[in-house]
Design a protein. Structure first.
Ligand SMILES: Cc1cc2nc3c(=O)[nH]c(=O)nc-3n(C[C@H](O)[C@H](O)[C@H](O)COP(=O)(O)OP(=O)(O)OC[C@H]3O[C@@H](n4cnc5c(N)ncnc54)[C@H](O)[C@@H]3O)c2cc1C
Length: 493
């Protein structure tokens, strides 16, 4: 029997991110992955600013950047959003294929000591008072861990075996995807709406194109075979041409079924990524959301394994379920907005007009990039509370930017001139929280999606970069700081 503190089912982007986060915190982790080889096909073609920031916070973004094509727009149902003014160091959509992202995540995770067991499928599970035992098919037969996290994708076996409810709305359309060569390639086209549906022709990488179709008048059995001829027929119905497609590398089907686990944790079993939420890939949010689930969960699970109160794990559901719910809502809205018909054309024109207003553009761009995600961390209502800390320039021993201070995945109490009372109040957490004294010349701090706030005198930053406490007055509220430290990092030692 294989053993590990945490078992992760699925070595996709969510599983790999979570595994790296846990290893960073010193947790022993084993990833069980059904595929014998790394996936070469790529569903996702891009990631947004918040995910870029996360990769930067953990120090592997620089290795990825040469493979990234920067686009200064994102979209809402094919209506362009200007992201170039967002308050982030990455005000662009990073076009990079999923298999490349997974390679970088895998290298980072393995570099931290993550074990990935391939050709290993989770087929059964049993939970008892101290752990979870999984039955495996493939390279091993069984494994046991104190916790099991299902990162095993939209059809998650873990979700089904552990009895999670997965309510939502069924598919109302059929979308097809083919990565092909084209003998008559057009200029790239994105979400072109016609009488019978919509299509896109995208040139992700030299030598081949991605052709995608959506037909709103048919729902195909999700297990039915799909081939190049299905995509060709759909293109002929919608666009009247197939642009001479041939030599397929990958053909796939997806839909707008939108479902979400009603709880993200049942005892010692948790869900993250597509295993917890599925939706139409409108706006390119799924992989991003999964990575962000993982970064929210990793440090909490590590803390609980290290002795923190177990209810910390419940904040994973409390914080991430509403984020997933919002993604489902906005993708449903985007899907219907992409439907054919004159009425929808009129509605799209109205929406496009509204998006022309800076504040409306910023609101949607903040949502699609997830830069505006704010968790309820309590406190006095300071505008920074619950948001991810901005990556402002600082002069500190260990770094020149705030996000660089998060490389070790540990909480940081950033002292920007709060004085001696701060260290004293936090002294009981010195083993778990890094106190960093720094100078900050950036003034004011810009907040997503738009807005600003005076630079604070101190901030308590969780390992996932979200702000848990702020001091901006003359005096440090020691009781408030101790309450925040206790809530997130356990009692003083
Ligand atoms: C056409 C399309 C375009 C998309 N574009 C974007 C985009 O631009 N941006 C974006 O953010 N998202 C996009 N997405 C969504 C994105 O691809 C997914 O959200 C993302 O892959 C989810 O990652 P995951 O790790 O949660 O799940 P997955 O990537 O599905 O990984 C799950 C892993 O678990 C393994 N597994 C499954 N069952 C078992 C088992 N029983 N035992 C062991 N292993 C198992 C699988 O082999 C797989 O490796 C797109 C999706 C589609 C369909």
């Amino acid at each position: 029997m294989l053993t590990s503190q945490v078992l992760i089912a699925g070595g996709g982007p969510t599983g790999l991110m979570l595994a790296g986060e846990l290893r960073l915190a010193g947790v022993d982790v084993l990833v069980l992955e059904r595929r014998p080889e790394a996936m070469q096909e790529s569903r996702a073609g891009g990631i947004h600013a918040r995910t870029m920031e996360i990769f930067d916070q953990r120090g592997f973004l620089d290795a990825m950047l040469p493979e990234v094509r920067r686009l200064n727009v994102a979209h809402f149902s094919g209506l362009w959003l200007d992201v170039s003014g967002l308050p982030t160091r990455h005000p662009y959509l990073a076009a990079i294929l999923q298999h490349r992202i997974e390679r970088h995540l895998g290298e980072w995770a393995r570099g931290l000591g993550v074990r990935v067991l391939r050709d290993t499928e989770v087929v059964g599970l049993r939970e008892d008072g101290t752990g979870v035992e999984v039955e495996l098919r493939g390279a091993a037969t069984a494994a046991r861990g104190a916790y099991l996290v299902g990162c095993d994708g939209g059809r998650s076996t873990v979700r089904k075996l552990a009895g999670f409810a997965f309510p939502g709305t069924p598919a109302k359309l059929t979308s097809l995807l083919a990565d092909v060569e084209l003998s008559e390639p057009p200029a790239p086209m994105f979400q072109v709406r016609r009488e019978h549906g919509s299509f896109s022709v995208l040139d992700f990488e030299p030598g081949w194109y991605r052709v995608m179709t959506s037909e709103f008048d048919r729902v195909v059995d999700r297990d039915a075979e799909v081939g190049l001829e299905d995509v060709r027929a759909a293109m002929l119905r919608i666009a009247g041409t197939d642009f001479g497609m041939h030599s397929p590398r990958w053909v796939s089907r997806f839909s707008d079924a939108a479902r979400q686990a009603s709880e993200y944790r049942r005892g010692r079993v948790l869900l993250a990524g597509d295993a917890a939420h599925i939706h139409f890939p409108a706006g390119g949010q799924g992989l991003n959301t999964g990575v962000q689930d993982a970064v929210n969960l990793g440090w909490k699970l590590a803390a609980v394994l290290g002795g923190a109160p177990e209810d910390l794990l419940d904040t994973y559901h409390a914080e991430r379920h509403p984020v997933g719910e919002r993604v489902l809502r906005n993708t449903r809205a985007q899907t219907i907005l992409g439907a054919p018909g004159e009425h929808m054309t009129d509605l799209r024109e109205t929406m496009a007009d509204l998006i022309g207003i800076g504040e409306a553009n910023a609101r949607l761009a903040g949502m699609i990039t997830a830069l505006d995600v704010r968790y309820d961390v309590g406190g006095d209502g300071h505008p920074l509370l619950g948001l991810r800390v901005p990556d402002v320039d600082v002069k500190a021993g260990e770094g020149t930017r705030v996000h660089e201070l998060l490389r070790r995945g540990r909480p940081v109490l950033l002292d920007l001139g709060a004085g001696a009372g701060l260290r004293e109040a936090a002294s009981g957490w010195a083993d778990r929280v890094d106190v960093v004294t720094a100078e900050c010349a950036d003034e004011p701090w810009r907040l997503p999606p738009s807005g600003e706030v005076a630079a604070p005198r101190a901030v308590l930053i969780r390992p996932d970069a979200h702000v848990a406490w702020v001091a901006d007055g003359e005096r440090v509220d020691g009781d408030g700081l101790r309450a925040a430290l206790t809530r997130w990092f356990g009692p003083a030692s």
